[in-house]
Design a protein around this ligand. Structure first.
Ligand code: SF4
Ligand code: SF4
Length: 485
């Protein structure tokens, strides 16, 4: 644990009251019922995973052997378009939204990727997980690499791109499971490297589902490579939701120990984040992912991107870099002459540079804006040091960041609404309403977090003001996706 986390932990313990024990919410009848049903049928999960594995392979691989969709084909009558819609129009946005209602249930109950990593671990070498895998930045690097690669190979549009991106993650998940993780059911991939798991984990903190120890022994989220948990959580010291994939392995309604399922109001964990192990790596991810996703969307629609590309291309040709106008390997960039789309090295470097530039730009802008709120809060009497306040307050951006990702990158869900005959204005209205809700939620979280930092009344509103600018910045940047301009 870092010094900063240690201090936050001490503060959390003081806030929690004498003895440091947090009041546990009461386990309601619905939570007990779900616990009983899932625990009874947990042995069926292998069959569910096997079915999902076959289904996902079919969506990934079958389109590779089919001709390009004909002009005017839709996902109703063409399997390639159907597979594309299922992945980008249903799976991607709905899995995101599901974390609000059911936490990481996708990971524990349905995901074939995590299951195959665990299957590999059952027969694998079971080596200790090395430090480079456990490094907090590893999943962020994995997220950046996969997101950028998905753009350069055209995974949103081409079956080959989908097969490459998902095939690569499958292979990495299986290899990691095969080599690392002591115990027979470990998922080093899910805990440390999965780019999807990173997103779902961070956003699951907003969710309505929590697994809490029946007999807590501290709340420092200790790491236990040898315990029962596939994602290496020391279950009696568990506090945060992020790493729990809801596999129900530690849940037995009849046992006195282990974890119990609790339902809570969405946003509870975030508005009380200091009790749930806040950390700066998550904030880096939140800000960088918002910028990276924006970059991945904006290069497709902004005329300024085309001007920049033209200028860089002309400059390169003037300097004799003729190779920049040639195409590279198909595993690195979209090369589809039959579909009249062939990327050159110029496209490749421009897309990568633009996306990383957006990630860095947004990361810096949102950090500065949140630092302004944190500084103001400090001047007005808030507790904690500047960094601690900044890390806490940054969690308030989660709803707006999540909605941006769903609307911006899961746009095919909304395209499908158009096919049902819903007018464009109605679809734009739905997007705007969802975005407005996420803005309100972010503001409410910011308000509550400042309250946790001991600010009240006008002082709380003043400290919140810079964050309004940050939320507006995200909204303006996503406006081409949200509102079409
Ligand atoms: S962390 Fe990734 S691989 Fe693991 S179960 Fe979740 S989505 Fe699947
Ligand atoms: S804490 Fe329990 S439910 Fe969550 S991943 Fe670990 S074993 Fe599964």
């Amino acid at each position: 644990m870092t010094n900063a986390q240690g201090r936050l932990q001490q503060i959390a313990i003081r806030v929690d009251g004498p003895g440091g024990s947090r009041r546990q919410p009461h386990q309601g009848p619905w939570a007990r019922r779900v616990e009983a049903v899932v625990s009874r049928h947990r042995n069926l999960l292998d069959f569910v995973h096997a079915g999902m594995f076959i289904g996902f392979l079919a969506l990934m691989l079958v389109p590779l052997f089919l001709p390009l969709p004909a002009e005017g084909a839709t996902f109703y009558n063409n399997f390639t378009l159907f597979a594309n819609f299922v992945i980008w129009g249903l799976w991607f946005p709905l899995v995101f939204v599901s974390v609000i209602f059911t936490g990481r249930s996708w990971c524990g109950v349905l995901c074939p990727l995590g299951a195959s990593s665990e299957w590999a671990n059952r027969v694998g070498l079971k080596r200790p997980i090395p430090a480079w895998v456990r490094w907090r930045g590893t999943p962020i690097v994995s997220f950046v690499v996969i997101t950028v690669l998905a753009q350069t190979v055209g995974a949103r549009d081409y079956a080959l791109g989908i097969a490459e991106v998902f095939g690569l993650t499958f292979v990495c998940a299986i290899l990691l499971g095969l080599v690392y993780g002591r115990g027979a059911h470990k998922r080093a991939w899910c805990r440390h490297m999965c780019p999807i798991g990173l997103m779902l984990g961070v956003f699951s903190r907003l969710g309505a589902v929590q697994f809490a120890p029946k007999k807590p022994r501290g709340q420092d989220d200790a790491y236990a490579e040898r315990g029962i948990c596939p994602t290496m959580i020391d279950i009696n010291r568990k506090a945060e939701s992020r790493h729990c994939i809801e596999c129900f392995r530690c849940v037995n309604p009849k046992a006195r120990g282990g974890l119990k399922l609790l339902f809570r109001r969405p946003g509870t964990e975030v508005s009380n984040i200091r009790q749930y192990n806040p950390n700066a790596a998550e904030i880096w991810f939140l800000f960088l992912a918002t910028g990276l996703s924006l970059g991945g969307f904006l290069w497709l629609v902004l005329p300024q991107y085309q001007w920049l590309r033209q200028a860089v291309g002309s400059w390169a040709i003037d300097h004799g870099w003729y190779w920049i106008g040639t195409s590279g390997p198909a595993w690195l960039m979209a090369v589809h002459p039959a579909a009249h789309e062939v990327f050159t090295w110029l496209d490749f470097f421009m897309i990568v540079g633009f996306m990383l530039g957006c990630a860095a730009g947004f990361g810096i802008a949102l950090t500065l804006i949140t630092a302004a709120s944190s500084w103001l809060a400090g001047r007005l009497g808030a507790d904690l040091h500047l960094r601690g306040r900044l890390v806490e307050l940054a969690y308030a951006y989660m709803p707006v960041a999540m909605l941006s990702l769903v609307i911006g990158l899961g746009g095919k869900l909304f395209d499908a609404l158009a096919l049902t005959g819903l007018p464009g204005e109605a679809i734009a209205g739905i997007k705007a309403a969802l975005f407005a809700l996420s803005v309100l939620w972010s503001l409410q979280l910011g308000f509550r977090l400042l309250g946790q930092q001991k600010l009240a009344g006008v002082r709380r509103m003043v400290a919140l003001a810079p964050m309004l600018a940050g939320i507006a910045l995200v909204g303006i940047a996503w406006s081409p996706a949200l509102f079409g301009y």
